[in-house]
Design a binder for this molecule. Structure first.
Ligand SMILES: Cc1ncc(COP(=O)(O)O)c(C=O)c1O
Length: 650
């Protein structure tokens, strides 16, 4: 049936009225409400007025046509269309992942490429699914960096697996916003159970686990490790400020805040620095040892120096598996110092935490018993799609006290018996993220996940062996997990040229890091089903590009590499490559591919130089101890002058 907008709105109105009546009818007195059905003692009259509605009676047959079933374009997509297009999209996804190696890893486009390809105004009239999908492939795909590509070795893995994708589809379909138990009971309860399962899987002490009897601990899924670092800092800050307010009731709060100081190592993730910046506390960035680990003595000395200056140490953010080189701070030394000094010890294991499902890696966690909080991202190294960053605390009250705000409209009648995750983080709205953990853990089993982790570690060791056997390279980190940091023997500039050239080729993608003030290239095993062959091909690509750099054949190399790319990819799979849309687009948009490759090379080079500069400027903000005459030494009279939050590097 085809009808106009007025007709459609009329239809929608009567549909809404009918639906309201239907739901009202379904709440019949003979049917117990969910709150009554699950009540365990306390009477509902003593609870807040909001209760969970019963499940609508599904037997009631709709008497009005559902407008989404109408042949009406205003509805976006009918159910029948969704059935068809949904299945087609699943096919598209499988084909994409199956053939991903035919694409460049990084796109051959420049900033602003999309602006000229997409109309400047949104369409007034509906467009078909086919035309949207066509443009997706033609316009969007060419601008995609393919994180699931077998030659993607940048950053850390972006978790991805079929069970996880399906769980996310279901989560999207359910479309809940589970900020409280009442807002979606299953979401809260599954999250609790998954945090218990996963916490046990990685060997966390029982005090952290949400379901430990009479335990004070708890777990939550945040959307990122950065958020975990931030909320734990807030919790620690709240706790110390509570105590300081009691001890110095007449001192301005801002003044007390200005005396707080947190610590992390030089290799800690930048999100720790950001957390301190937003949290308005000083951060002292500490030197590491020759293996890029924060050691106990370094921390102890820093605490002592800062106390002498009247500062108040309160928080230490340690890292198990640093971003730059996957080093492991020595928790067994740091933990007792935090305990002695009553500092909140946080452990950020964003990448490597998932590896602790393999018992052989757990010694790296020794000292975890001193931690107040711990986080790891299954969305990095446990095949879970973004976002899913798990975090545990030893004392859940110490976290929630820093974050509770409780307006009436968010209260419900089960608050005394349930967890409301809205008090555990910053956003109110929360997705059903535990569903993908549940699907993945069940469908791979712990055995399958252990195999996956061990295989990545084995392949990283293989790359290490290949590079070590080649006199042109040196290995800079201790290869413990899936990350190899290497460099060509030679200066930083040479290494930067090598990386720029590799990335510009579109055949492989890696990012740099600065270790001991030297430019290194990070090679991380990322693809779920990475093979020995993938590592060999990656090594070949790196070795050949290194030869080019060494022989300074800068000009000719990009054109040559296209031929090499085909030859090397053929080693991996017998591909029947037709012209890919991105190649087509590149052809349309640039006079010649080599020129565009050279432009990309220049652009990446600038970015890298900028990153280097930023790093250097941070390192230059040297710690210059200023005697604080009026400093807040624990027993001194606090006549204090405020000092602004700052980064201290020592
Ligand atoms: C140790 C560490 N912490 C924090 C982060 C930030 O992770 P997210 O992107 O989840 O905020 C990373 C990212 O790689 C990391 O390696």
């Amino acid at each position: 049936m085809v009808y106009g907008l007025g007709e459609a709105l009329k239809n929608l109105n009567s549909y809404c009225q009918e639906r309201t009546t239907r739901i009202r009818n379904s709440l019949s007195p003979s049917r117990p409400s969910m709150s009554e059905a699950t009540a365990t003692g306390s009477s509902s009259s003593s609870r807040a007025s909001t209760t969970i509605p019963s499940t609508p009676n599904m037997d009631v047959t709709p008497t009005v046509e559902d407008p989404r079933q109408n042949d009406n374009n205003a509805s976006g997509m009918t159910r029948d269309e969704f059935r068809q297009y949904g299945k087609e999209t699943v096919d598209y996804i499988v084909d994409y992942l199956e053939n991903i190696q035919k694409r460049r890893v990084v796109p051959a486009i420049e900033p602003g490429y999309l602006k000229d390809l997409i109309p400047s105004e949104a369409p007034n009239t509906p467009e078909s699914f086919e035309s949207v999908m066509e443009d997706f492939e033609k316009l969007i795909m060419p601008g995609i960096t393919h994180w699931q590509h077998p030659r993607f070795h940048a950053y850390f893995p972006a978790g991805n697996s079929f069970p996880s994708i399906i769980a996310d589809m279901l989560s999207d379909a359910i479309g809940c916003v589970g900020f409280s138990w009442a807002a979606c009971p299953a979401m809260t309860e599954l999250e609790l159970i998954m945090l218990d399962w996963f916490g046990k899987m990685i060997g966390l002490p029982a005090e952290f686990l949400p379901l430990t009897e009479n335990g004070k601990g708890g777990g939550v899924i945040q959307s990122s490790a950065s958020e975990c670092n931030f909320v734990t800092l807030l919790a620690a800050r709240f706790e110390v400020m509570k105590e300081l307010r009691q001890r110095f009731p007449f001192v301005e709060e801002g003044l007390l805040l200005s005396k707080l100081i947190a610590y992390c190592s030089k290799e800690a993730h930048s999100s720790v620095e950001k957390a301190c910046m937003i949290g308005m506390v000083k951060l002292r960035i500490l030197e590491t040892d020759s293996k890029f680990r924060l050691r106990g003595d370094t921390l102890r000395n820093a605490i002592q120096e800062d106390r002498n200056l009247g500062l108040i140490p309160f928080f230490v953010s340690t890292t198990l598996g640093t971003t730059s080189c996957c080093s492991f701070d020595v928790l067994s030394e740091i933990g007792p110092i935090c305990k002695e000094n009553e500092l909140w010890l946080h452990v950020d294991a964003a990448y490597s935490g998932s590896a602790f499902i393999c018992p052989e890696f757990r010694p790296l966690m020794n000292g975890i018993e001193y931690a107040m909080s711990f986080n790891t991202n299954p969305n990095k190294w446990l095949l879970i799609n973004f976002d899913c960053s798990t975090m545990w605390v030893r004392d859940r009250f110490k976290l929630t006290q820093a974050l509770v705000v409780d307006p009436l409209y968010l209260q419900h009648s089960w608050m005394d018996k349930s967890i409301d995750y809205r008090h555990w983080g910053i956003p109110l709205s929360r997705r059903f993220r535990s569903l993908k953990l549940w699907f993945v853990i069940r469908m791979y089993g712990i055995d399958g996940l252990q195999k996956y982790i061990r295989e990545h570690v084995r392949l990283a060791k293989k790359m290490e062996t290949l590079l070590r056997a080649d006199a042109k390279f040196e290995i800079v980190n201790e290869v413990i997990m899936g990350l190899v940091c290497f460099r060509m023997k030679g200066d930083d500039e040479l290494n930067q040229t090598l990386l720029t050239r590799l990335n510009a080729s579109g055949r492989i993608h890696m990012v740099p890091a600065s270790l001991g003030d030297r430019f290194v290239i990070r090679f991380c095993v990322c693809a779920e089903n990475a093979t020995d062959k993938d590592i060999e091909v990656a090594y070949e690509i790196i070795a050949q590009a290194t030869q080019h750099v060494l022989h300074d054949s800068v000009k000719a190399v990009i054109a040559e590499e296209d031929e090499e790319a085909v030859a090397l990819e053929e080693m991996v799979a017998d591909l029947n490559i037709t012209e890919t849309p991105e190649k087509c687009l590149t052809r349309q948009n640039s006079a010649n591919a080599a020129e565009s490759g050279q432009k990309l090379e220049r652009q990446l080079s600038k970015e890298e130089i900028l990153a280097q500069k930023q790093h250097e400027s941070l390192a230059k903000k040297r710690y210059t101890p200023q005697p604080l005459d009026l400093a807040l030494a624990p027993d001194s009279d606090p006549e204090l002058s405020p000092c602004s939050p700052q980064i201290l590097v020592s």
